[in-house]
Design a protein around this ligand. Structure first.
Ligand code: MN
Length: 340
């Protein structure tokens, strides 16, 4: 191994059997409050040899995962709960299942500290308990950040009832990975046909909208040191920054929205970083590098959903400088998560 960097992949998924079983119960009950998740249950999560292999890989926090990493050249995974995590359960069950998942993940990280790091699962539907769990995970479990799967029963975290979660994340220097899931119940209707609810489009619209609500809702004025991570090359937002600023300024001018201390693009540049998960497009990478710079981009493979081989081939052979490659694979992740 003489590559001048370690390949650290930071959006790598796992699940506990307990959470998978509780999902099955929600789906068996018809998931009346979760049309997006129900659609997942009918389609992409339906039983098949492929979904059984994915499940087996998600559950494995040991030898199988390490063997796959060895075979694909991944030196370290930053592991997090897979979508939609515990956000489809009632608050009490969700809180207990998140806590148990964090204990399992922490044990795996402690068994393989040079190969695994982990992000904390929380149940936003119980904000005070979620804040306590962020503190426990940071201070006792050795986890390095938080992952939240976008909306919770159709609600977004610009709602101030969720802000103690941000307070705990900021106080514990825990960046929050805002990970996709299916669009919220009130906007899913036109996404249900043609597979648009899924990762190619609906996930991105959902998550980018959530990110913009955090910016426009003043979250970063209250929590200026809070860091949000967006996957999928920034969920389209880097492409859209100029227009967001332009139309925001028009709305301020006519009195339709309140003026914020910074432009939308400035919040994006100051408080967000992005990852390459699921986007193996050289033009998309070139664009992200041009508008955000190499300090704001981190490598992710989205194991076990995407081809890790393709992600590594994409980043190994990207026509960029070696210093930028090293930052994207290693340096930025070490800094963001304070990895030793
Ligand atoms: Mn993912």
């Amino acid at each position: 191994m003489n590559q001048p960097f370690r390949r650290i992949a930071i959006e790598e998924a796992f699940v506990t059997q307990e959470i998978a079983d509780a999902w099955a119960e929600v789906l068996a009950g018809g998931a009346p409050h979760e049309p997006g998740f129900r659609k997942m249950g009918e389609t992409i999560l339906a039983d098949s040899p492929g979904t059984r292999l994915i499940h087996q890989r998600l559950i494995d926090l040991g030898e199988g995962r390490l063997a796959h990493m060895d075979a694909t050249g991944i030196d370290m995974q930053v592991i997090s709960i897979t979508s939609p995590g515990v956000q489809v359960f009632e608050a009490g069950l969700a809180t207990a299942l998140a806590r148990h998942a964090n204990d399992c993940l922490s044990a795996a990280v402690k068994a393989h500290p040079d190969r695994f790091a982990g992000l904390t699962a929380v149940a936003p539907q119980a904000p005070a308990k979620a804040a306590q769990e962020i503190e426990r995970a940071a201070q006792q479990l050795g986890l390095k950040g938080v992952l939240i799967n976008s909306h919770t029963f159709g609600e977004y975290m610009d709602d101030q009832k969720y802000w103690e979660i941000f307070e705990a994340a900021e106080a514990n220097e825990a960046p929050i990975y805002l990970h996709p899931r299916t669009p919220s119940p009130v906007m899913i209707a036109p996404f249900l046909d043609y597979g648009l609810y899924f990762a190619g489009w609906g996930f991105t619209i959902e998550t980018a909208t959530h990110a913009l609500r955090l910016i426009m809702g003043g979250v970063f004025d209250h929590f200026p040191k809070l860091k949000i991570i967006l996957g999928h090359m920034g969920e389209g937002l880097p492409y859209w920054l100029q227009r967001l600023d332009n139309r925001y300024l028009l709305q301020v001018k006519i009195g339709a929205v309140e003026k914020m201390p910074r432009l939308p693009s400035e919040y994006f540049r100051d408080n967000f970083v992005i990852t390459t998960s699921g986007v193996c497009s050289q033009p998309a990478l070139r664009h992200a590098l041009e508008v955000l710079g190499s300090d704001a981009i981190l490598f992710a493979a989205d194991y076990p959903y995407e081809s890790v081989e393709e992600a590594v081939d994409f980043m190994d052979n990207a026509p960029i400088g070696e210093e930028d490659r090293r930052k994207i694979y290693q340096t930025n992740a070490k800094k963001l998560f304070r990895l030793s």
